[in-house]
Write a protein that binds this ligand. Sequence first.
Ligand code: SF4
Length: 816
Amino acid sequence: QSIEPDAWKTSVCRYCGTGCGVLVGVKDNKVIAVKGDPDNRSSRGLNCIKGYYLGKILFGKDRLTKPLIREDNSKKGTMDGFREASWDEALDLVASKIKEYRAEGPNKIAFWGSGQQTVHEGYTSVKLWKAGLESNCIDPNARLCMASAVVGFMTTFNSDEPMGCYDDLDLADTFVTWGANMAEMHPVLYSRLTARKLSGTNVKHYDLTTYHTRTSETADSVMVFRPQTDLAIANCIANYLIQTDSYDKEFVADHCQFFGGTENLGHTWDDNYDASEIGQKVMGHAEISFEEYKERVSEYTFEYVSELSGVPAAALEELAKEFADPNRKVMSTWTMGVNQHTRGTWMNNLIYSVHLLAGKISQPGCGPFSLTGQPSACGTAREVGVFSHRLPADLVVNNPEHRRFSELIWNLPEGYLDSIETPGFHTIKMFRELGNGNVKFLWSMSNNWGQTLPNTKRYHNHEGIAPNGQGIMDGFIVVSEVYPTRSTEMANVVFPAAMWVEREGMFGNAERRNAIFEKCQEPPGEAKWDIWAMVQVAKRALDGKKIGDHDAFDVIFGKYGPDIWDYAKNDLIDEHEVCVRLWNEYRMFTAPHLHENPAVQELGSKLKTRAKELAPYDEYLKQHGIRWPVREVNGKWLETKWRYANGKQEDGYDEIGVELMGDGKKKNKDLDFYKSWADHKARIYFRPFEEAAEVPDAEYPLWLCTGRVLEHWHSGSMTRRVPELHRAVPEALCEIHPDDAAAIGIKDHDYIFVESRRGRTKVKATTIGRGKPPKGLVYVPFFAEETMINDATHDVHCPLSKEPDYKKCAVKVYKA
Ligand code: SF4
């Protein structure tokens, strides 16, 4: 007998950056079903297997339902040694620790956010930490997945603005996947790519990868390259375009400028490593001529790059010809293979460089498209500024005008934010300093760092014994979580959190679409919305602090600010109204022309913050998501498909680029990189090939690559509690080439050790998995907490983006 829901509520999937629409069936105020939302234009009714079982993540038997306070520090590293506490006691304790350690300095207290926080939650974290506590020691887990993409955008276009959209998947003639196993990581977008391939004529897919994946299975050309040589492959395409004179000369003259640096940077990752100086070098600030650029890329011939990468020269040439052909629309997609890379920023620069040279950018079906990992890596972490150097809407802390603009919107006295002009610790540094005892307090939210940081042996002993009372175990750690994880094991206080549709929220996906999910049921036990916990902590931690003539709390969250506090009840106002009011305040960063203060209008116009203009909050529910920037035309709120492109994009929507933001000039291909410095030109960088930080040798002869599988989300803390997904992939396996397996005398499903210079893990091996690694490379997913592959990974990172490289380090394997 089927049970019908009382109502279907509008929602969004809480896993990957595709941001699929989901309808949630609710009966008697309880979630009983989910299905794809046909009105969400990002996914058109489709979900992947994780999405179809989404509702079940709410009902795991071991949900955290009570605040926990650790009584026994010697049991850190396990879930023993806690006692249940009241919220008041836990909040008082956390606030008192914040006050105690903040008094020692702004970088003593750290907040680690997430691309899985909602827009509102991220915005609240930024306001609390940066405006309330005057600390920039706040960073998101997006540092581990999207930071290279952000710095790639910033260095190329001077703006963190994805220019393309999913419509490109329906229109391209050629797809190039650069380090992206879309079939498992972005399955709904991959199905759109394959639909185009099957329905179009002569549609081609080139898969650049370090091992044969599910995505490779449908590609026309699978180009398995030696790890790190993607740098050389991109240069080789650029060289071909120039040598054959097939680059788009008019486009390049109108829209591009050449930049480069030739320094060999090397790699360093010791505890005292400060990447800022090396980061300046790697920027390649020097402008170079076209002739200099031509000279520098000229060494990247097909023969040389083939030898370096292992990809046949003929295959490289075939790919280069796709970029050279003016009649082919080329779409590049990439994700962690490019971003989690010691030259992640460079690789992002290089993909843009190839598209800029070919003049294939920001046109329907044509362009580079950076896929995001998490549901709101764009909407939350990047756009509201949950980074140690950012403020909302692309603003940065070390720019005085940006601070001034933020002060105006946040009703802070002029000069107040000068106290945060220096960026705080990025993620890797933050955790190392926590380990060193220099950061004394950490609050983490919507992430599981105990399992997902690289080189976790630095922080965690997985045999359940506290590592000598040293390092990270000494810091006071607060973890807001829904289930026990490797991170809650490290906590002093655990806040039980409401998850997914147990509260209202909004995510912003990879194609700039913000979409709301409605609240569908109450959280279990005493679990609470993270915003509630943050504001309650703020009320206590800011007690006694004044901003100008007012109490600080009243300015940050109360009556002189967004007014989300009910003074009579001494609690938050209604949840939906909290979302509306926080949105209205945040929206002013992107819509300064609507602000009543002329100073906001004037400065916002100068800073071009309308480039990310957002609509009124309820429009996002009505339309099942909208892509920014929006524009009101005849009372309708309309969205933007292609950034930087001028002209009509859909009915009733005209002149979105130049007229709205730029200088009014029309240029070749009707594009305007209006934020790209004074000349409106994007930068084509020369970025040389440099070897990986750690290369296999006699002692550690294999490459290790890590990542996800289709059925599990990140550390598996949610999807492993869904019986169907757990049954489908119950354990992590090490995929290994048959020759490498034979060399150590193992057969399928034998246990092996995978060991690096940092740590090792025991895992079953398989030669018949989905992935088919080449000889000399093994792949291990990171979803299984009993298979802590991050004990072996390396925390060396890109000196510009500070994003670590999870995709390549040296290991040995042997029979367990
Ligand atoms: Fe869509 Fe990604 Fe969720 Fe799958 S995991 S339903 S592809 S958003």
